[in-house]
Design a protein. Structure first.
Lengths: 147, 276
């Protein structure tokens, strides 16, 4: 069990989904993969397949068109998993608040574990958010109840 | 049975070297093992009930092929066992409705079509030197194989690139950054089936590098160094070329592979004629 927890913490594969963000946060996520921040040294790999991902990074506000896709991607990820909302829009809807075509934050559609604010969120804070999500995975792995 | 562990360490070295070439730190050497253990602990999502069986088959046949190499058995049998292992993976990928997985499997078939004839020809060129397809007979000759077959050794480079799924010939299943087919042939695998497929893949990489080390079978250390040199060349190529399409893959592998090996065999025959 201990080995499993360690392995889970050492190899979080992230998947990235853009719910209609302005691409500011997406560029910052990709910046985290560049040599300067190099998240692969923590075993973090950007993977395109929800079935193989552990952490879902969502940017942009949820809206009526993509909520089905977002829900589908979340359901396709096997447990244990974590969701990180990146950027103001994904956290609360931000400037799209109360717009008729958006629903607001991503948490209106799927349960979110970590909120990373910022417009756009900086790579450092994104890496920090992933570390927080790992703490949740650790608790799940050790059998604690997390809500 | 140790072959997946050797392969896993090789993949760790691969990721570390790749990261260093991109001026990054890179993950720890044991990273592939963490990945595999984590995948084993994930909730199982099985796309079709045949897939776990075939994933076990992929690993099993890869280990069997490695055992054939380690115990010095028939080279042709080793190549065919390897092909059966690959077929398990391809059938497993075809066994779902996902278009990504299907296209990935089709491309893997094309990849097999490109490198299998080159492998066979390499085995035939070794036959010209030793007079036998048994791997044991390579240890018996008193001069290293590389002195007879330098060009055949070079022909292993495209084979290794395709089999390790490295750029420029990684059309069937992408590694990390580029994902135009999601994960290609690996798309429908998750959890423990993906862990099994990863183990099988490591074993195959270890197998091919083991085959490369046969070119200096007289001395284990020089043989290992030779295999690592090949490994390093493949990584340099991976980091300096973008992905190419399947037509270029077949053309390059066949033309380069066939020409090199046939030139090598012709040279051997010419030498025999002159000496006699």
């Amino acid at each position: 069990m201990k080995t499993m927890t360690k392995a889970r913490l050492k190899s979080p594969w992230v998947m990235h989904f853009d719910c209609g963000s302005c691409n500011g946060c997406d560029i910052e996520i990709l910046a985290a993969l560049t040599p300067k921040f190099d998240v692969e040294r923590f075993g973090i790999v950007n993977i395109g397949d929800p079935k193989q991902a552990d952490v879902l990074l969502v940017t942009g506000p949820a809206n009526k068109r993509n909520q089905r896709v977002l829900k589908n991607l979340y359901d396709q990820m096997p447990q244990p998993k974590a969701v990180i909302a990146i950027g103001e829009c994904a956290c609360s809807g931000a400037i799209f608040h109360n717009c008729p075509n958006t629903l607001g934050g991503v948490d209106k559609v799927i349960p979110v574990d970590v909120y990373v604010p910022g417009c756009a969120a900086r790579p450092e804070s994104i890496v920090d958010g992933v570390v927080l999500a790992l703490q949740k995975l650790q608790k799940v792995s050790e059998g604690e109840k997390v809500d | 049975m140790l072959s997946p562990i050797i392969g896993g360490i090789l993949m760790g070295i691969d990721r570390k070297l790749t990261a260093r070439m991109q001026s990054r730190m890179g993950p720890p050497l044991m990273q592939p093992f963490y990945d595999a253990i984590k995948l084993w602990g994930k909730e199982p999502f099985i796309a079709s009930s045949l897939q776990p069986v075939l994933a076990f088959g992929y690993l099993g046949f890869s280990v069997a092929a490695f055992a054939l190499l380690a115990f010095g058995q028939d080279m042709l049998l080793m190549i065919f066992t390897m092909a059966i292992a690959d077929l398990c993976l391809i059938v497993a990928a075809f066994n779902s409705k996902s278009p990504y997985s299907n296209i990935g499997a089709r491309r893997e078939l094309i990849g097999m079509m490109s490198y299998e004839p080159v492998m066979l020809l390499a085995a035939i060129s070794i036959f010209f030197v030793t007079g036998s397809f048994m791997i044991d007979s390579i240890y018996v000759i008193n001069q290293p194989l590389l002195t007879f077959l330098p060009l055949t050794f070079l022909a292993l480079i495209p084979v290794l690139i395709i089999d390790m799924k490295k750029s420029p010939f990684d059309v069937s299943g992408s590694g990390h950054a580029h994902q135009e087919l999601v994960r290609g042939i690996y798309t429908e695998f998750s959890g423990y089936t993906l862990a099994l497929v990863e183990l099988g893949h490591w074993t195959k990489v270890a197998l091919l590098l083991g085959f490369a080390s046969l070119f200096w079978a007289q001395n284990l250390i020089i043989g290992t160094v030779l295999a690592f040199a090949l490994f390093f060349v493949v990584l340099v190529i991976d980091n300096s070329y973008p992905r190419l399409d399947w037509k270029t893959m077949i053309k390059t592998t066949w033309i380069v592979g066939f020409l090199l090996i046939i030139a090598n065999i012709a040279g051997l025959i010419a030498r025999m004629v002159i000496l006699s």
